[in-house]
Design a protein around this ligand. Structure first.
Ligand code: HEM
Length: 516
């Protein structure tokens, strides 16, 4: 059938408009599709790569894929692309240099409900909390306020190690918990059974548990969000509710006590009193301010304890396996400081080998092997690949620490590797530049963690001999370095023999503890 000319023109024009509209719409909605997605392992229909993602030691499987497909890898969980960055350069280029786009956190059905800085989106509240943390944790002046707590707690740790050395795990746990609780709330902790600490540990463990794969699946299979809590299979929802209640208690109780103590004029100075005074100076303390300050304080415990604890246990494990490192570090300390006083933070610059030990500990067992995921807020492209808005970005810190091009024989604990680098290379490969994350969500506790780890390392090495334990036949037990799978890489239990180096060392410990 022939159409009249104007109808024909109209049809052609509308067809063109529809096609152009579709094209424009597609370009607007999916502009990154001009570029292919980065490579990744072959996907199964519907599932993507979900069936290939291991439930344990995911960082190792992903590192294998990165060796095959490249440093920026795309894995699909059902239909959603997820990107894994395995090189320091790639993480810096994206998460740091383009931090305006990469500072959000993925939406999580179970975690976003919790008022925890590490999981909240990059919104006004997050920026406010980050600014507070910057003032309270990231300036030299702020960190100086915590030195006396660190010195006191190290003294108690040394004394505990002298009296019951076999319980070193529990002593280091107390040290860390005490450091965080005293820094956050001014609350002193005399034993690993302290009621705050025990409760905070269970609340933190409950939160860590709900961040596991089972609950994360709900983010990829949205229908799971809607199953009622009483239904079979909704265990992750019940766990999330329990974790939320425990976290709320862990946050509320110490905060309330501080407010009461402040009213009576007997609160000890801490992060919380500092924040309350700061905010009240500018304006009235609102309910929102109370909520934010109390959560900022409890997050210090949640984010700071497990990570620093297992970094310190990694230090002891490495010192047990590698006695030559102990000998060399002790020779340096004896030469620079002598044996008539304990090392202080001010000695740091003059003890370069000890500095290399701390770097090597952070590299050998990065506490968070896969960091905390970031979320891309707008479409982007990198090296010819398209990166769609809303995608999740994971940094494989473990793979970075195992790059043989940067660290030959990466499985060996060898602090000398940093001594042998020129200053520029050593700075670029310093594990502190990637084990604490990148960009605007970088760990705000990194300086506090770094100084606490250094102070413990210096004081233990100055006063104690760390040797291998012996079995009943008198043979040395050489521990196998072994770390549990999880968001935080836990050191598996091991034995070691810790003894004071001399009577003089014991006297110095007693002297330190009599100061407080
Ligand atoms: C060895 C010890 C530690 C390690 C390895 C570590 C590592 C990390 C990493 C990898 C992140 C995620 C960064 C990113 O998203 O790019 C992070 C976030 C965080 N860390 Fe640490 N951390 C340690 C100790 C601490 C301490 C002592 C505190 C508190 C005083 C702390 C508080 C936080 C907080 C609040 C966040 C969330 C920041 C945000 O989402 O904006 N961490 N940490």
């Amino acid at each position: 059938m022939l159409l009249p000319l104007n109808s024909y023109v109209l049809l052609c024009v509308s067809t063109l408009l529809v096609v152009a509209g579709h094209y424009a719409c597609a370009r607007w909605l999916f502009p990154t599709r001009r570029f292919p997605l980065p490579p990744g392992p072959p996907r199964a229909p519907f599932l993507g790569n979900v069936h290939q993602v291991h439930l344990t030691y995911q960082h190792k499987k992903i590192a294998e894929w990165s060796r095959k497909y490249g440093d920026l890898l795309c894995v699909k969980i059902f239909h959603k692309p997820m990107f894994i960055i395995s090189s320091i350069k790639g993480a810096r280029d994206l998460l740091q240099t383009r931090s305006t786009k990469y500072s959000d956190r993925p939406h999580s059905v179970v975690l976003n409900d919790l008022p925890i800085l590490a999981f909240i989106p990059y919104d006004e509240q997050c920026k406010r909390l980050r600014k507070w943390d910057q003032g309270a944790l990231e300036t030299k002046a702020a960190l100086k306020q915590y030195h006396h707590i660190q010195r006191k707690e190290v003294g108690i740790l040394l004394s505990d190690l002298v009296h019951t050395p076999k319980e070193f795990f529990s002593h280091i746990r107390r040290y860390n918990g005490a450091l965080m609780l005293e820094t956050a709330y001014g609350h002193p902790v005399s034993s690993a059974e302290d009621e705050y600490m025990v409760f905070a540990d269970s609340a933190t463990a409950a939160v860590a548990e709900i961040g596991s794969i089972a609950s994360t699946l709900a983010d990829f299979v949205p229908i799971l969000k809607y199953i009622p809590t009483w239904m079979p299979g909704a265990g992750f929802k019940r766990q999330a509710l329990r974790a939320r209640d425990m976290w709320a208690e862990m946050t509320r109780i110490p905060y309330q006590r501080i407010c009461d103590d402040m009213a009576l004029g007997k609160a000890r100075p801490s992060f919380t009193t500092f924040m309350i005074q700061q905010v009240s100076r500018d304006r009235n303390l609102t309910d929102d301010n109370n909520h934010d300050i109390s959560n900022a304080a409890s997050v210090m415990y949640g984010a700071g304890v497990d990570t620093t604890l297992h970094t310190l246990l990694t230090l002891l494990l490495a010192l047990t396996i590698y006695p030559q490192v102990v000998d060399k570090a002790q020779a340096e300390i004896d030469r620079v400081i002598g044996t008539s006083r304990l090392p202080e933070l001010a000695d740091r610059e003059s003890l370069p080998y000890l500095g290399c030990i701390v770097q090597e500990v952070l590299r050998w067992n990065p506490a968070t092997p896969l960091g905390i995921p970031h979320r891309l807020q707008e479409n982007d492209s990198y090296n010819g690949y398209g990166l769609p808005e809303g995608s999740m970005f994971i940094t494989n810190t473990w793979a970075m620490s195992r790059d043989p091009g940067l660290y030959p024989d990466p499985e060996v604990f060898r602090p000398e590797r940093f001594e042998e680098m020129d200053a520029e290379t050593a700075s670029a490969r310093d594990p502190r530049k990637y084990t604490f994350g990148f960009g605007r969500r970088i760990c705000p506790g990194r300086y506090l963690a770094d100084t606490s780890i250094w102070l413990v390392a210096a004081n233990i090495l100055a006063t104690m001999n760390i040797r291998r334990a012996c079995d009943s036949a008198g043979r040395e037990i050489i521990p196998t370095p072994s770390f549990k799978s999880g968001a935080v890489s836990h050191v598996e239990p091991f034995e070691c023999d810790i003894r004071p180096r001399s009577q003089q060392a014991m006297d110095l410990i007693t002297e330190r503890n009599s100061e407080h």
